[in-house]
Design a protein. Structure first.
Length: 507
């Protein structure tokens, strides 16, 4: 058989055009004409009411310009770090009262246990009184305790997801079902970049001794948003970004010429088929070209002072350590990166929690405190929001055998701890509370609230993960109800159809 390649290419192009011109697309394109003009006349006043009012394009004045999100993947134990429950010592080894659990779902890992023995923390706590809402910090976090006056600790965060992948996906994307845009991608879409030579959303994975759970790139992916909004993963070994360097024999001028030719082809393709993803591809190629010079400078810590390494600890000299990631986060923030996220895995302590959490806390403690201190000394903390937390917390009861020195805890989504600092939140306070067992969200007197708050029925003092994300967006000048993207005939948003801004957290 012989082929006429000109004819074949023409047929392929015609077929591609045919596939792109579905009935839905035809009507969608037609809406840009007479229909749009008519709708503008009918809804003009309403549409104007929805536009941002502030001169910089935000829905309201922002307190924060950027976010540094320290994500403890696996579920850190609020009982052993933040949520002090002295009455649990009186119940050591006794079964968790039925009225406390109230039939709430537990995982299959403890459902077959004959009892759910109450497990108090073995660690000492100290209260840091900045005001009448002072906060407790465990001896596991001596460095973080020194910056307690900067922290806004939330002991009443909750979620519906009880297993890792749905829970991490939920808090990162607003849905337990994979496929939605990540938090950082929403920020990139809504606010854009502040530095044309660096991405608006950067992700780092810190080394850990207990890396049980996998982290999928959809957790920082764009979902159905244009791909230019996806997070860029900075690696600790080899090239910071894959394929960033030119191949051997290809000069920078050669690369520039290649990109110019490729951009011309892509623009021609976009003119013919109108696919917005083609434009996103052009932007990504241009960003990669600029990153060839900006990223190597970013990752070079030789210009940092010795006092900086003393602040963050010697681990900051080790590429990929949590301390090094925190130091790089500050450098990224200085250079105008809008959203920086550090994932630290290994917090899933089903057994031997003391050994694992002592190691994990040693990894993060000094670096968390150093990051806050460093930002404050540079005058950046006031417009940088630092967020710390995991996908859920740990149970008040023990999983497996129990002793005063060793124990494990199962997943607990009903009540756990997150904290924020800087960026317009109230410093030195604790918000929300749990009952005497740290099991349920409680009222001001410490009595469990029944029924427990849900995402559909908000209760003062509670913070659903949609509320947390709504509050973070608010601090960045965004009304979470208005940050939407139309996909498959529906307007989507990070907080779905839920979420309240927790105004008591705002300075």
């Amino acid at each position: 058989l012989s082929f006429n390649y000109d004819t074949l290419n023409f047929m392929d192009s015609a077929r591609e055009f045919d596939l792109n011109m579905t009935r839905r697309q035809l009507f969608g394109r037609s809406a840009l004409g007479l229909g749009t003009a008519t709708m503008a006349q009918l809804l003009g006043a309403d549409l104007l009411a929805q536009t941002p009012k502030s001169p910089d394009g935000l829905h309201h004045p922002a307190k924060a310009k950027r976010v540094i999100y320290l994500f403890m993947s696996g579920g850190p134990s609020q009982h052993d770090m933040w949520d002090y429950k002295p009455k649990m010592k009186e119940m050591f080894g006794k079964n968790l009262p039925e009225h406390i659990r109230d039939g709430q779902r537990i995982t299959g890992m403890t459902a077959r246990q004959k009892s759910l023995p109450v497990c108090p923390s073995k660690y000492e706590f100290k209260k840091h009184d900045n005001n009448d809402q002072g906060l407790w910090v465990s001896e596991l976090l001596p460095h973080t305790a020194k910056v307690a006056k900067e922290l806004c600790v939330i002991n009443s965060t909750f979620t519906e997801a009880i297993n890792h992948d749905p829970a991490v996906t939920y808090i990162q994307t607003g849905s337990q079902i994979p496929g939605r845009p990540s938090f950082g991608s929403w920020l990139s879409y809504g606010l854009g970049r502040m530095n044309d030579d660096l991405p608006g959303y950067v992700v780092m994975h810190a080394k850990t001794n207990f890396g049980e759970q996998s982290l999928f790139n959809r957790l920082w992916g764009p979902g159905f948003l244009p791909s230019e909004h996806q997070g860029v993963l900075l690696r600790s070994q080899g090239d910071p970004v894959l394929y960033l360097n030119n191949p051997k024999g290809v000069s920078r001028s050669d690369r520039r010429a290649q990109l110019n030719a490729l951009a011309a082809l892509n623009e021609s393709q976009h003119d013919r088929f109108g696919d917005p993803e083609v434009l996103a591809r052009i932007k990504q190629h241009e960003m990669a070209y600029r990153m060839q010079t900006s990223v190597p400078e970013l990752m070079d810590l030789s210009s940092e002072k010795e006092s900086t390494f003393k602040l963050y600890g010697e681990e900051a000299r080790q590429a990929g350590s949590f301390a090094a990631c925190c130091l790089n986060a500050r450098r990224l923030a200085e250079r105008g990166v809008r959203n920086i996220q550090i994932f630290h895995r290994g917090w899933d302590a089903h057994g031997n929690l003391p050994k694992e959490h002592e190691s994990q806390c040693k990894d993060i403690d000094q670096a968390c405190a150093a990051l806050i201190t460093d930002l404050k000394e540079r005058g950046m903390l006031e417009d940088t929001l630092v967020v710390w937390g995991g996908e859920f917390g740990r149970t008040a009861y023990c999983q497996g055998s129990l002793s005063e020195k060793n124990y494990g805890r199962d997943h607990h989504p009903r009540c756990f701890t997150t904290w924020m600092a800087g960026g317009g939140v109230k410093p030195g306070i604790t918000y929300g509370r749990s009952d005497d067992y740290g099991y349920n969200i409680a009222d001001a007197d410490g009595n469990p609230i029944f029924p427990q708050p849900t995402k559909d029925h908000w209760t003062p003092g509670s913070v659903h993960i949609h509320d947390l994300n709504a509050t973070i967006l608010h601090l960045l000048g965004i009304d979470h109800r208005k940050l939407t993207y139309r996909y498959q005939g529906r307007d989507f948003r990070l907080t779905d159809i839920h979420g309240h801004v927790i105004k008591d957290l705002l300075a």
